[in-house]
Every structure is written in C-alpha cells, then in structure tokens.
Design a protein around this ligand. Structure first.
Ligand SMILES: [Zn+2]
Length: 369
C-alpha cells in the first residue's frame, strides 16, 4: 500500500503489482567528495595530466591513466564503474549525451550537497560548511524509525562535519567521522586501525579514506547494517591542493574500495542479490583547466555531478545516453521506493530517479514491473 501511494504521488503510472515489488532489502549510499563527471565519463584530462603545475610526474601519470580512446581511458581510471556498473547497473551524468545530473542547491559546496542527497531538499537556509546541526530530517533517520530498520542504520565518513549533517544527536544514527576512534572488540578488530589513527600527528578535517573504508567494512562484517552511508573525502582534498595526479589516484582508490565492498556484499549471504548501491558526489568542480580545482556558487561546472546505481532492481542499462535531467534531491525517494517504503517529511522531496524506457512511456527501475 505504501508503494502504491508513492507511485500516485510521484505521478508514475500505476502498474500491476502481481510480482514482488522489489528485491532490495538493503541500501548503501556511497559518495566520493567533489569528483567530477568529466573524469567519470572521459577519464584523465590530457591538459591537466600534462601540466607540471598540477601533475608532478606527467610521464608516470600518463602511463597509469592515459589512453587515446575515451572508453579505455575511463576504464583505466575507474575499472569497477566501467567493467561492472556499466554492465550490471546504471550510470547517469554524461553531458556529452545531454544526460545531466545536477545539484539543485545554489551553493555547490559540501554541507548543502550532502544535505540535499540525504534529505531530498535543497534547503536555501543550508548555505555553509559550518558545524551546525541540520534541522532537516534525513532518509537514514527516517528509516531508523521504522521497525524493519531500527538500529540497523549507520554512517562512516572521512569528513568530520557529518555528525552535524546527519544530526547524530537527534537522529540517533551512529556516525563515525573524521579521526573518531572505532569500536574495538575482544578479537582485536579495529585495534590496528585505531593505533594508526592515534599515530597520525597532522590530523586534518578529512580522515584518510582507506581508514574510513576499513572501519565501515569491519562494521558491515560484524553488525550487518541494513542501511549504510559511506562518505569518502580525499578526491576533494587533492583537487583543492591543485594536485590533479593525486586527485586521479584518489578516484582510482575510491573505485577500488567500492569494488571491494561490492565483492564482499555479493559473497555474503545476508547481502547477496538484495543490496543496492547508490553512488554519487556532493558537487562538481570548475570545468576548465584553471577552475577545475575549485567549486562554489560562481564557478561554472560546480553543480554538475553524476550518479551510479547497481543492485537487483536496477535495470542493467549501463551508461544512460538519454536526453534527461536528474537532480540529487531525487535520491531519497528513489531509495524509499527501492525499499518499498515512503519517505514522509515536512519538506518537499524530489521524485524518484528512473530510466525512461524510450517508446514504452513508463518509468521503471526493475524488471517485470
Ligand atoms: Zn571542496
């Protein structure tokens, strides 16, 4: 019934509900901060990897990430996305085909971006990255209040502002963020990661992504959360440092971590074939060889993003080449629909993301629906 209401509300034609509504029981939302659609869809930029201002070792970076063919080049940088998601899932945001993903919020910086992703609301009042508790209800806390997900929702992030974005105090969602210690058990799990964290003298606002990831993976193994948010942050850090070579390295690392996580999920009976990954970024960056390192309200390209989805209900359409506009504020209703839930809040929320099947005049994410 919940599902039917959502369909009506979102203007989607009502379809027969003979078969099970969806196979998705678990959702992992994964972000890599400020990673551009340009690199996702076209790989390394020739001007930036050959500019010694941005790339320390141009020959090595070329050897690692350059190929004259766009298809091979992007696969070199993001092999999991182009070998697996492009075959088994969906990739939105290649503007060369007029397939656009944008942030709806005006500010094009991180806190407003994550607020939009997690609450479905591009709130004008959320305008800075200051550590202020978010007034908006997010999808994680909404699901955590439903009996089916209670105590089974968790967030891990590299950036230390997430406890405010998710409003850990109000929402009751455990958020392990920045260089916060991880819970150790009697078997010594996480002990080593904590020792590494303690040993880092120059702690910045963003923890090394690998530490965040390993903490999340251990939690997944031991606790089996149903809903997980994983926020990686180093792509943005390297870009702000104007280090294009390191930005590519971090993107490549993010691809490997996501690949590793997908492998773990698909080989764990609890998660296998019932878990959907929603992967995106919180903002774009400048779209030329000078502005690429930054992003804000005034820098062209900062609102341009991308979206990848893989899971049992996602039609394996691969790279979406339809002329289409998607916004980050549509993700929460998409997640709710995948789970057969309804995200009820007092603020407006974008409609679910769907692939328009040309000629069929219906929006669908699942087979046989
Ligand atoms: Zn940034």
């Amino acid at each position: 019934m919940k599902f039917i209401c959502l369909l009506i509300l979102s203007g989607i034609p009502l379809l027969p509900l003979a078969q099970p509504i969806s196979k998705t029981k678990h959702v992992f939302i994964i972000t890599t901060d400020g990673f551009r659609w340009q690199e996702m869809f076209t790989g390394a930029d020739s001007l930036l990897i050959n500019n010694i201002k941005y790339t320390s070792d141009t020959a090595l970076t070329n050897a690692m990430y350059w190929d004259a063919s766009v298809e091979l080049r992007r696969k070199k940088l993001m092999p999991f996305f182009w070998n697996v998601i492009a075959k088994k899932g969906q990739l939105y945001g290649n503007r060369l085909f007029n397939n656009k993903v944008n942030m709806k919020n005006a500010y094009k910086i991180s806190y407003p971006g994550y607020n939009e992703i997690l609450t479905g609301y591009a709130d004008l009042r959320v305008s800075s990255n200051a550590p202020v508790n978010n007034r908006n209800i997010n999808i994680l806390e909404y699901l955590n209040r439903q009996p089916a997900y209670s105590g089974k929702v968790v967030a891990f992030s590299s950036w230390n502002i997430f406890p405010y974005i998710i409003n850990e105090g109000r929402s009751g969602i455990p958020v392990n963020s920045g260089y916060e210690m991880l819970e150790e058990d009697s078997a010594g799990n996480n002990t080593l990661i904590n020792q590494v964290q303690l040993g880092i003298a120059d702690k910045k606002h963003t923890r090394y992504d690998m530490l965040t990831y390993l903490g999340a993976r251990e939690y997944i193994r031991a606790q089996h959360p149903k809903i997980l948010f994983l926020g990686l942050g180093e792509t943005d850090e390297s870009a702000h440092d104007s280090r294009y070579d390191l930005y590519l390295q971090q993107a490549s690392m993010a691809d490997k971590m996501i690949a590793d996580l997908w492998y773990h999920i698909q080989t764990d009976p609890f998660y296998k074939d019932n878990t959907t990954f929603i992967i995106t970024t919180d903002h774009g960056r400048g779209n030329n060889t000078k502005s690429w390192s930054t992003h804000n309200l005034f820098t062209k390209g900062s609102g341009e993003t991308w979206l990848a989805m893989i899971g049992p209900d996602i039609i394996p359409s691969g790279e979406i080449k339809a002329d289409q506009q998607t916004y980050a504020n549509q993700l929460v209703s998409t997640i709710a629909l995948l789970l057969g839930e309804r995200f009820e809040t007092s603020h407006p929320v974008g409609k679910p993301v769907f692939l328009l099947n040309p000629g069929k005049e219906k929006y669908t994410i699942g087979k046989g629906r």
